[in-house]
Design a protein around this ligand. Structure first.
Ligand code: ATP
Length: 850
């Protein structure tokens, strides 16, 4: 960063305004070889623009004013008057406030230019950037999927009201390819894995059969029947194999269909879809459970009765554990939408809990998995949880589009992804330093000077979303001025990420759905399943974590046969990601950019920041404007401690997320290949913050720790194999008495555990048994970690663990019951005392294995 540094000539007085002269390339940065620092030798050409005025105002806060100015534009001219009016105030305030740029007197003297002006140290945007390699878009055979068919819904013999609702409420008449294939299969009671491109109507492909199935139930399905009344249902399905099956269930038996989706917004969206479909069938009640909502009201709704339950995995697990009224004894459908995401890390455990709870009822049910990207993990799940599943995939040329496959998902299918045909994909290779200014320029270019543009910008972390939202709102949106009192800006920024309150998330989701033009800055929380109408551009400011995520992100546009475009930002060192995408048959990248300032951005920087429609901007002009814009961002960031802190934490969270790329992509996205100073610049920071190294070390240590624990796990697995310790399915029921609070509670859970660890884990090391992890290995790890005095202070725990051992591999083995009675357990006060106590209790603990 240091050698990369230039000195911007910043003065406190008003700049001298020479006659308009074109920007001469010879007049750009000059390098003062005698000193260690370079000085920017930009000379002002004309009066400042309104943007420049803003910079000056921001500069006042640091009691400085830049001499770096862009050429004049119409908008600048319009604002010259304002600038002059502000001149007096500016000078006054500049005189009042001392410089916030802290420099030692000696250094300051050194840094004085010929005019005795202080300099702010900043690095040039266009120096010391890495070379940009050529991007050759690899030729791949694109997987093509026909979206629409000529068949109508009437052909399916659906209830006429349902068909009418589809036409009138949803404006849907003819079926999409996936609907044509999947609906008859699902109505026939088959388990299915459905894969079709994003925005091809998968939601209706499962929603229509569920509604058709439930409205046919005789007597009618009742969700909110009178208390304790038994309802007798006879299902008479046209296609269903179990014709006339008579099912008796209580209202308290719970939902008939469960739809699990990975995000809250998607849950809301699917719920709304069901609400529309069920309009003529008011006796069927849909309901939604999702994190962030009040559990009390959800419990009340569950008590009343929900027929079609749409839920996120985490919240459903929460209710399984804590809500007595939740029951699954009548579940006939289990839908996992975005199934590959639900199987991802974090959701896998939740899914196991859900499946265990559903399986415990012993009822036959129909399982449907859907996604635009089917992975191997999904086929593993399918082989465990589904019965003779049928694979539905829509692709051109495959005459047999429905495959009955014992392995559920053919490997070739899981490797290639389809993207919408009318999606135009772009990639730009932008050096890190230029990322921020390029994004801003692109947004300005699209939204300020074009009509009806709706953009979604994907960013890797919540903090970075929050930071960019604040920065863009403050810097890019024109404030109402004396000449234009109304804010006529067409820039409407929205943000959506997981750290927001649920009500804000819902509000933003609805607002952005309904708006005609806007920019949504978001994390991957919006990457899956969301059907936001008329989105024109998807910008991936930070690259996705996998090719599958790329497909889902870009799938938020070009839906259901519409046009759309996507732009992927990569740094030069990340160019190989284009090949990774090509390996999954995702290509047709239109614009690989090789110049230091990508041409897609050159125009946008010029037109966007300072509009010059009448003439094309030269590269030099673009550079100047980019520098001015960057300076403005930096001024904003460095204006106060709060914004500086926000920028720093955004940078840190970006680095953290950058270190989480899977090992298969580490050769492209490795934290070591990042230039910290350049990355800092893309967050409006003038330098990489101090202490970044230590935080990164922590990240590295963490990943080292992960590697260690992975090795440990591997050796444990080997040991396990050697000792032929079987995985045991156990039903653990614990009664815990917490004498510290005096409260009693009973926690019941069904989890696979291994006997050898549960004795250690639940009894002696862990005072809080409701968090027994799924795997005993992690169980042991977590227990050791949970021994902090704060956690356990004064906590008395008395419990009983019953372990029912049911070997998975050898079903002939007799079921045994292990019983562990823990007499008393006390931890806390301090580690040494705890250890003594533990020894004592080890001796005292009464363990009986029957
Ligand atoms: N047969 C149809 N005709 C016209 N529009 C349809 C039809 N079926 C669905 N749609 C509309 O297409 C849009 C996309 O549908 P949906 O969200 O179900 O796609 P998806 O395949 O689930 O996408 P993703 O993979 O991103 O989740 C919705 O607005 C829906 O109303």
């Amino acid at each position: 960063m240091a050698e990369d540094t230039v000195m911007l000539n910043i003065c406190t007085g008003s700049p001298k305004i020479p006659n308009q002269t074109p920007f001469l390339s010879s007049k750009k940065w000059t390098h003062n070889k005698s000193g260690s620092k370079r000085k920017a030798d930009f000379q002002p050409h004309e009066r400042s623009s309104f943007k420049q005025r803003k910079i000056n105002q921001a500069g006042q806060q640091s009691s400085s004013q830049q001499t770096l100015q862009p050429p004049k534009s119409p908008s600048q001219r319009r604002n010259n008057k304002d600038a002059e009016e502000n001149q007096h105030t500016r000078e006054k305030s500049a005189a009042k406030s001392p410089s916030k740029v802290k420099t030692s007197p000696k250094k300051a003297a050194e840094e004085q230019g010929g005019h005795g002006r202080p300099f702010i140290k900043t690095s040039s945007l266009f120096r010391n950037n890495p070379e940009i390699p050529d991007v050759v878009s690899p030729t791949v055979k694109q997987v093509k999927e026909e979206v629409f068919t000529k068949n109508t819904f009437e052909e399916l013999k659906l209830h006429p009201y349902l068909v009418a609702t589809l036409q009138q409420r949803l404006n849907v008449t003819s079926m999409t390819s996936v609907q044509k294939l999947a609906i008859p299969l699902l109505l026939a009671g088959k388990d299915a894995i459905v894969r079709s491109q994003t925005g091809s109507g998968k939601t209706l492909a499962y929603a229509i059969p569920i509604v058709q199935f439930l409205q046919e139930a005789q007597p009618r399905v009742k969700a909110s029947a009178l208390r304790n009344v038994h309802i007798i249902c006879t299902f008479q399905c046209n296609y269903f194999t179990l014709v006339n099956a008579t099912i008796i269930f209580q209202r308290t038996d719970g939902p008939l269909a469960i739809v699990v989706v990975p995000t809250r917004e998607l849950a809301l969206q699917s719920f709304q879809m069901f609400q529309k479909l069920l309009q003529p069938f008011i006796w069927i009640v849909p309901g939604v459970l999702m994190g962030g909502e009040k559990k009390k009201s959800e419990k009340a709704r569950l008590r009343k009765g929900i027929n079609i339950l749409i839920t996120t995995p985490g919240r459903l697990v929460d209710h399984i554990k804590n809500t007595l009224t939740i029951a699954f004894s009548s579940v006939r459908w289990l839908i996992l939408d975005e199934a590959d995401r639900i199987l991802d890390l974090g959701f896998e455990k939740d899914l196991t809990v859900i499946l265990n709870a559903l399986n415990a009822t012993g009822l036959d049910r129909q399982n449907v998995l859907l996604s635009a990207t089917i992975t191997e993990g999904l086929s593993r799940l399918a082989s465990i949880s589904m019965k003779d599943p049928v694979t539905v995939h829509v692709s051109e040329g495959s005459e047999k589009m429905v495959e009955a496959s014992p392995q559920a998902v053919p490997r070739a299918l899981s490797d290639s992804y389809a993207v919408p045909e009318k999606l135009q994909q772009h990639v730009v290779l932008v050096p890190s330093k230029l990322h921020l200014v390029c994004l801003a320029a692109f947004i300005l270019g699209k939204c300020k000077f074009q009509q009806q543009q709706k953009l979604i910008v994907f960013i890797s972390s919540c903090e970075a979303v929050e930071f960019l939202f604040t920065l863009f709102t403050a810097v890019l949106i024109e404030k109402p001025s004396a000449t234009s009192p109304k804010n006529s800006s067409t820039l409407n920024f929205y943000r959506l990420h997981g750290n927001m309150k649920q009500e804000n998330r819902t509000e933003v989701f609805q607002e952005f759905s309904n708006c005609k033009t806007g920019i949504l800055l978001c994390t991957d929380v919006a990457a899956r399943g969301l059907d936001l109408p008329s989105v024109t551009w998807i910008i991936q400011y930070n690259p996705p974590i996998s090719p599958a995520e790329y497909v889902h992100r870009v799938g938020r546009t070009a839906r259901i046969g519409a046009q759309g475009s996507s732009l992927l930002f990569l740094t030069p060192s990340e160019a190989a990601f284009v090949d990774v995408l090509a390996n999954h048959n995702v290509s047709r990248v239109l614009r690989g950019c090789c110049s230091p300032v990508p041409d897609i951005v050159i125009k946008d920087v010029a037109d966007g920041f300072v509009s010059i429609p009448e003439r094309a901007a030269s590269e030099q002009e673009v550079r100047v404007r980019a520098t001015v814009l960057q300076t403005e961002f930096e001024n904003y960031v460095h204006a106060n401690k709060e914004s500086l802190q926000k920028a720093k934490s955004a940078l840190q969270s970006f680095l953290r997320s950058y270190s989480t790329y899977p090992s298969a992509l580490k050769h492209i996205f490795h934290i070591r290949s990042l230039h910290m100073g350049h990355a800092a610049k893309s967050f409006g920071l003038r330098d990489a913050p101090q202490g970044l190294g230590s935080s990164l070390n922590t990240t590295r240590e963490k990943s080292k720790g992960k590697a260690k624990s992975a090795m440990k796990a591997a050796s444990l697995a080997a040991l396990e194999e050697a000792l032929s310790v079987h995985m045991l399915l156990a039903a653990v029921s614990l009664s815990v008495q917490q004498s510290s609070s005096g409260s009693k509670r009973t926690i019941e859970s069904r989890r696979p555990v291994r006997r050898d660890f549960i004795t250690v884990g639940c009894g002696l090391r862990r005072p809080c048994p409701d968090k027994i992890p799924l795997m005993s290995r992690s169980c042991r790890y977590k227990h050791t970690r949970s021994l902090s005095p704060v956690n356990n202070k004064g906590l008395w725990c008395k419990g009983e663990v019953t372990v029912l051992q049911r070997p998975l591999k050898k079903p002939t083995m007799k079921e045994r019951v292990s019983k562990l009675v823990i007499s008393e357990f006390h931890s806390g006060i301090g580690q040494s005392k705890y250890k003594k106590k533990k020894k004592m209790h080890n001796a005292e603990a009464e363990m009986t294995v029957e």
